[in-house]
Design a protein around this ligand. Sequence first.
Ligand SMILES: Cc1cc2nc3c(=O)[nH]c(=O)nc-3n(C[C@H](O)[C@H](O)[C@H](O)COP(=O)(O)OP(=O)(O)OC[C@H]3O[C@@H](n4cnc5c(N)ncnc54)[C@H](O)[C@@H]3O)c2cc1C
Length: 318
Amino acid sequence: MEPRKLASKLLAIGVSELRLDEPLAMHSTWKIGGPSDILVHITDTTSLQKLVALAREDDIPLIVIGRGSNILFSDDGFRGIVAKFGKSFAAARIDGQDIIADAGIWLPRLARLAASRGIAGLEHASGIPGTLGGLIYMNGGSLRQSIGDMTKRVWALDENCNVIEMSAEDCEFSYRSSVFQHRNLIILRAHLRGTPGDPRDIRKRILNVLAERKHKFPLKQPNCGSVFTNKPEVYELAGPPGKIIEDAGLKGLRVGNVMVSTVHANFIVNLGGGTSKDVFELISKIRDVIYCRIGYWLECEVRYVTPNGDIAPLHKFL
Ligand SMILES: Cc1cc2nc3c(=O)[nH]c(=O)nc-3n(C[C@H](O)[C@H](O)[C@H](O)COP(=O)(O)OP(=O)(O)OC[C@H]3O[C@@H](n4cnc5c(N)ncnc54)[C@H](O)[C@@H]3O)c2cc1C
């Protein structure tokens, strides 16, 4: 459907926080990506339900994003609707050690909030620049922890646009994986349970986490975090992906305007004006070299979004 016509249809059903021809580079921490026909900021569940129903009825591709910190968008952008979780859908309620937080909440904010109320368990996520929804989708985390470890329930929009309540078991959490990667569900909010702690100790641990990440990661250049997954079988074979890539002498390898970081080899940084084509070519080169050295194809943690709305780990599109 012609984007302007689609925009008027969305306005007519009350979806008002929308932009036409929005550059997706502005919604990705890699700062890469062409325009999306439409980008909508999600404000409430009812208008999201209407939006999803309309997209399904009219067969319009729709994807959901948070901060775009684990996504590569195409240089050609996206021919449909990008629905973004962020500040407008980011409330949190705390009762004892229980937190009920919306999908759009910014993880560093959530970790600080938990610390201030003496809830331990989210320190590992304090330096992850994404939303709670994105972290649950990825079952992400750091320091050998994952968000699934403290998730008790998730409320999501199912394939029929109904709000469903899911137990931790329903979420099928495993290493960097969850049911949300295999079913068409939109995470709305989650119930997390931490453990009691002294706010000063928790804050201290957060500061340590942040200091270590500042030292280890190239945080000043646009990037998407770890490009490749640290799967236990590869780890046992040759160590973490950063070390494998560094040992292969690939730090500083450059294609166009993207480069393997000289600070941490599992990061690819955008030197300015980098493209998705550059990233594809660089990832392909890295994988080829590593396969020749250790006989294993590195798998991507980062997701690629095609202009038609397919999303999968990037290596699946090579
Ligand atoms: C500097 C840096 C450091 C990082 N460090 C870590 C780390 O230590 N550990 C770690 O695990 N990750 C890390 N990441 C990666 C990333 O921040 C996390 O995966 C994060 O949780 C993604 O959240 P997001 O909101 O940015 O998701 P996005 O990148 O916007 O989306 C990721 C995927 O989740 C889906 N998604 C997002 N929100 C929803 C929702 N509400 N419902 C359904 N699906 C949804 C999207 O469709 C997409 O497929 C890092 C990234 C950067 C840039």
